[in-house]
Design a protein around this ligand. Structure first.
Ligand code: BG6
Length: 474
């Protein structure tokens, strides 16, 4: 069976990586604003270096990003030209609740997204909205300590109630937390956590995880109550771990690494904490901070579908010394059978099919690929054209593998959105030069450039792919 007729082709972005206008429209400061470009970025992202405000001598790429805030009409028009059926984007929490804990939302922020959604609808594009994509109002971090504090669940509930009510009928597809498992690695980015000296990190991380999982279940509950048409999904930074060899220790290591990621989705999709996690908690003397009603809430409000990002597979070895590979927020072992991108991310189209099978076997719910793509340096030729055949090759091979998973393995798949259909700021490195787009944006790693948009070769290619519902990949 080919891809379904209503297959949701499109592209995905995140507010902090494209919007800019960090101090316009009544928006408050967010964690993502104060994460700098440069060698200290990872220390800040991971919660090991406290940077709660702008410091002299640093460049902060999210402040202006690609200025989607002022270019959204033009950008959505270009998406429409490619034939997008859906556009995945995220809400900046601090545009709606600038501090995070106000009683009343910021009307200007609400109006901005309403205009964006209407613009999408006018172009026949279904919005797919990530409620939080690595962002948290700074005030919730400085005054409450980020997601380690249960109070954030209340503020998040307020946020989602506002969104579901205001955008009822305009938006039907929602994701609760982008790459929820990333909070274990990029803790400041994923959960607004900056570690205190001597803090029990295990306790902090899994407490924050519990709070996000509870908040996610509330979003499912509230979203369904406000509009039964709403489809609400979880979102995993996916890419199955392979064992380095058939040595049982390597196979076991891969299983354990997979568990660390599945843990989140097990709770969001099955509604209970998995046994392997409970045992790990016991070994670490950690008790889940359950409050009355939590267990029933999780059980009764599981997600409608499983969305995930896929850039690469991963490799695990039983030998802890063997850890030499780069990847999407999580390091692994280098796979000697695969080529890698310019940033060392290994390219494995079959791994997408394997990952899809792993997730579908495990959850038996529809899948949605909401991120996939190649970060690469694009160099315009003398006429300003960009022949990004390398990007086309990457996407072609992955779409082919995705189709095989649907056609040959019987996987139910709702859609596919490439990451960064328009060039945007890299989450991992803060660079502009790590480009994913079909649309080139004239801006460099230091924030110089006209912000002018232009089409790359891949623009027409993707247009043809969508028009043929994935039949024409040439
Ligand atoms: C995912 C994120 O981790 O991968 C995106 O959801 C991110 O926000 C994307 O941009 C690609 O990673 P990077 O580091 O190349 O931007």
């Amino acid at each position: 069976m080919p891809l379904r007729k209503d297959f949701l082709w499109g592209g995905a972005t995140a507010a902090n990586q494209c919007e800019g206008a960090f101090d316009e429209g009544g928006r408050g400061l967010a964690n993502v604003d104060v994460i700098p470009h440069g060698p200290e970025r990872w220390a800040v992202v991971s919660g090991n270096r406290r940077m709660f405000d702008f410091e002299d001598g640093y460049y902060y790429p999210a402040k202006q990003a690609i200025d989607f805030y002022h270019h959204y009409k033009e950008d959505i028009q270009l998406f429409a030209e490619m034939g997008f059926k859906t556009y995945r984007m995220s809400i900046a929490w601090s545009r709606i609740y600038p501090q995070g804990d106000e009683e009343q939302p910021n009307e200007e922020g609400l109006r901005f997204y309403e205009d964006v959604f209407k613009e999408c609808r006018k172009a026949g594009i279904e919005p797919l909205v990530t409620i939080t994509h690595f962002d948290c109002p700074m005030h919730l971090i400085t005054a409450y300590g980020g997601w380690r504090n249960r109070k954030l669940v209340e503020f998040y509930k307020r946020l989602v109630t506002t969104l579901f009510t205001r955008y009822k009928g305009l938006v039907h597809y929602w994701l609760t937390f982008n790459e929820i498992n990333v909070l274990l690695h990029g803790s400041f980015m994923g959960a607004g956590i900056c570690f205190e000296e001597g803090e029990d990190r295990f306790r902090t991380l899994y407490t924050a995880a519990h709070h996000e999982l509870i908040a996610s279940a509330w979003a499912v509950k509230i979203g369904h109550e406000i509009d039964p048409e709403n489809k609400i999904g979880c979102m995993l930074a996916a890419g199955s771990y392979y064992p380095y060899s058939c040595k049982p220790e390597d196979v076991f290591a891969a299983q354990r690494e997979n568990h660390k990621n599945y843990f989140f989705i097990d709770v969001q999709s099955r509604g209970t904490y998995p046994g392997y996690a409970l045992k790990e908690f016991e070994r670490n003397h950690f008790e889940i901070p359950f409050e009355e009603g939590d267990q029933a809430l999780l059980k009764e409000n599981t997600v409608d579908f499983i969305s995930f990002s896929y850039y690469s597979s991963r490799v695990a070895s039983g030998d802890p010394a063997q850890n030499d590979g780069e990847g999407n927020m999580m390091k692994g072992v280098k796979n000697p059978y695969l080529e890698a991108s310019q940033w060392g991310w290994q390219i494995d189209p079959l791994g997408l099919r394997i990952t899809m099978n792993d997730l579908y076997d495990r959850y038996q719910k529809p899948l949605f690929i909401v991120e996939n793509g190649l970060g690469a340096v694009d160099i315009p030729d003398e006429n300003g054209e960009i022949d990004d055949d390398y990007r086309i090759a990457y996407l072609r091979a992955h779409i082919q593998a995705m189709k095989e998973a649907v056609e040959q393995d019987g996987i139910e798949l709702l859609g596919y959105t490439t990451w960064g259909p328009i060039d945007l700021v890299s989450a991992g490195t803060g660079e502009m030069s790590k480009r994913y787009g079909f649309i080139y944006v004239d801006r460099d790693d230091q924030g110089q450039g006209t912000l002018k948009r232009s089409k790359k070769k891949s623009f027409d290619w993707y247009k043809k792919v969508i028009a043929s519902n994935g039949e024409d990949l040439d």
